[in-house]
Design a protein around this ligand. Sequence first.
Ligand code: IFM
Length: 466
Amino acid sequence: MTKTDSNNTAIFPVFKPRTSQVPIRHFALRPGFVWGASTSAYQIEGGIGAESGRGRSIWEDYFDARPHLDNGEIACDHYNRMVEDVAMIKKMGLKAYRFSVAWPRIMPNGKGEINQEGLEFYSRLVDELLKNGIEPYLTLYHWDLPAALEKEGGWASRETCRHFAEYTQVVVNRLGDRVKHWCTFNEPEVIVAGYIGEGLAPGLRNPSLRVQVGHNLMLAHGMAVKALRSYSKDLQVGIVLNLVPAEASNRSKAALDAARRHWQRNYAWYLDGLFKGRYPRVVSLEARRHGVAISQEDMELINQTLDYLGINWYLRQVVNSRGKVLRVPAAQETLMGWEINAAALTRMLIQMKADYKLPPIYITENGAALKDEVVEQGGQPAVHDLERMHYIYDHICALEKASLAGVDIRGYFAWSLMDNLEWSLGFSKTFGIVHVDRKTMQRTVKDSGLWYGLVIKVNTVGRGHG
Ligand code: IFM
């Protein structure tokens, strides 16, 4: 099944903003600040059947082995509803849309043969966005490795880096005339997690692969940056990291050291490689222990100039003196069990400004999985997700504070445009600012989406109230 029957037009319930609850105001952010929302291919597209010409990804293998889980066969049926979805994005008032290209849709085997229908799909998406005045932000890899390449070693093999560079070349040759903003990888740390623990494709559990896989991702990033630059020097090229700062549970030296080690091992790893051209000692030692060869040329490839850094922000972690991640008592949490703490975002950004010479920053994902209730309003569905509105508002305030402290932040993308497949956790973890009815695929813009549209309006005309 590739298409469900329903009215494809999104529902925009009547929304009466109560600014006493969540303000709609002008934020002191940079002129030209970009306001958008994000998605990723496997989480929304569907259209994975043979008729689309798309090859298998590691996620089909992952879900075939776990038939009790939700999977991406239909997802949000975006593959068949792309035009209506873009019309919805436009009507919501978003100015930018971040999406990913599915590598197996472009190259079914990950290399060689090209599926023109796949390229056409993204070309039409880009045209549709531009026609509607929405800036495309394209991610080349959001976790859907072609299954054929996993059989040859996946990200544990350097060969995959070369194939990724070829794939990048194919995509940029087709879309580089219209897409300005390019991102190589979404969240390398999470891609690595798929090789060392359960919960993500390819579903390996081999901790000794940790540094090899992460290093290969960095190399593939470097090769892709070269491919993009060789197409045009005018493209804006970056990478997206998920960053989870580790804060010490107390001010003791042991706790502070443990928190620093946790951050270096998991996150500063990528930041140091990209922006300092070396890995933290804790990572270099791990590489040596597992016989991972890292040359000076590798580090030069990784340490190329970037036009921006994308940061996906969801949570911080609190670490005790033994390096154990603690649950914060009485903390407000999302359905993911992630602590809600916008102030920690401001702290992290200010600290990063002190630690690195960074390019401009975009918050490329931020949002909350919360329990939504669909109610009837005037004969139509509506979702009054006040808590999500608060969440987004608080995080934009956190960015405003960091921006006023001198951090160069250029944009904010809500995660996610619409409720979608939260990977192995299925469809129950709803992050969207648009609700998707799982039976009919009907889209209904939640109050948070309607509110966000008003915030964008106020901030793009430059006059505020609230
Ligand atoms: O859904 C994911 C997305 O694919 C990557 N960033 C985090 C989101 C929420 O878990």
